[in-house]
Design a protein around this ligand. Structure first.
Ligand SMILES: [Zn+2]
Length: 328
């Protein structure tokens, strides 16, 4: 079988791997938890294992793949394949680590690394909800809120750090953001910040089913599914915090649209995908009063590739220079 590519999406809670064919269709998909206690080496080992299983399911060996792409958090040097400061999702990953070189060696296939959010945006642009447009803002609503841009048909990474929509300022001197600053949109809309807020409210005696649902599901964090269940059960605190998140996302996304005038906004990420179309519609409606050109709003779509979009986008890095350089 020729032309098969591997893609790995590295997240703080899970590693998602896919094998795709020449057209980008998914042949196999494997997901496992991200090891928390073995540092970058342990993560690289787990990534190689997950992709090996995906290749096996597709009837291939990793050494037979044309190449492997990785969407990684942290500071990604695409030319060298080195990743540093992935600490927002992987606390032990502080210093630089030659991830592409390590994976190439373990897998026997050339490996390319890109920014996780940008590759997910590129996947929606090439194959998903953004495929009919030339310009696009991808918003990935999960533990944090990431953003990716395609402008005039090309990904825009700025000097390497563009798209940080979660850290656009929503309220001056506002809530504390996980990034250490105050008032960022993510401080209101990131699932991590929402959980911290919910815990503080529960500690103060505000009644909520959120943590009971979490325990019933055997979870230790307020996963997206926990929020979705609490909303379905009309939990008042969950409803209030999600409403607040919707407002914060809508306001900052509308501001970004006023600056960039993109044709479309695609909403993905764990929360975006789990809460789905009704909440994407609510974000779209809440954007409206803030749009400068209000009679020509951008299209707002739910991510079409769901939560495998990141891994599919990573696979699209293979052979897609100059988006990323390959380390053989
Ligand atoms: Zn921030």
């Amino acid at each position: 079988m020729g032309g098969l590519r591997g893609g790995i999406d590295l997240g703080g809670t899970k590693i998602q791997a896919v094998v795709v064919d020449e057209a980008g269709s998914v042949l196999s998909s494997v997901r496992r938890p991200t090891p928390k206690d073995r540092g970058p080496e342990g993560v690289a080992e787990a990534m190689a294992d997950v992709l090996r299983d995906a290749a096996h399911d597709a009837g291939a060996e990793t050494s037979g793949l044309v190449g492997v792409g990785v969407g990684s958090p942290g500071a990604v040097d695409e030319a060298s394949g080195v990743v540093a400061r992935a600490t927002n999702v992987l606390p032990e990953w502080v210093g630089p680590y030659a991830l592409a070189e390590e994976l190439s060696r373990r897998l026997g296939a050339p490996t390319t690394i890109g920014n996780d959010v940008q590759v997910a945006t590129d996947a929606e642009f090439q194959l998903g909800a953004g495929r009919h447009y030339r310009s696009l803002l991808g918003v990935f609503w999960g533990t944090g809120v990431g953003g990716g841009l395609v402008l005039d048909g090309r990904g825009w990474v700025g000097r390497g750090a563009a798209g940080e929509i979660g850290h656009m300022v929503y309220r001056r001197r506002g809530a504390h953001c996980p990034c250490g600053r105050r008032g960022c949109m993510e401080a209101y809309a990131g699932r991590g910040a929402m959980e911290a807020h919910a815990r503080a409210m529960a500690d103060r005696g505000v009644s909520t089913k959120l943590f009971k649902i979490m325990e019933q599901r055997g979870r230790t964090r307020l996963a997206s599914a926990v929020w979705a269940t609490a909303l379905a059960e009309r939990d008042r605190l969950a409803t209030r915090l999600v409403d607040r998140a919707v407002k914060a996302i809508a306001t900052t996304v509308a501001s970004a649209v006023n600056l960039l005038d993109v044709e479309a906004v695609v909403i993905g990420g764990g929360m975006g995908v789990r809460l789905g179309a009704p909440y994407v519609e609510r974000i779209e409606q809440a954007m409206q009063p803030h749009l400068f050109v209000s009679d020509r709003p951008p299209a707002v779509h739910l991510a079409a590739l769901g939560d495998t979009g990141g891994a599919i986008g990573a696979a699209l890095l293979v052979g897609a220079s100059p988006a990323g350089a390959q380390v053989a």
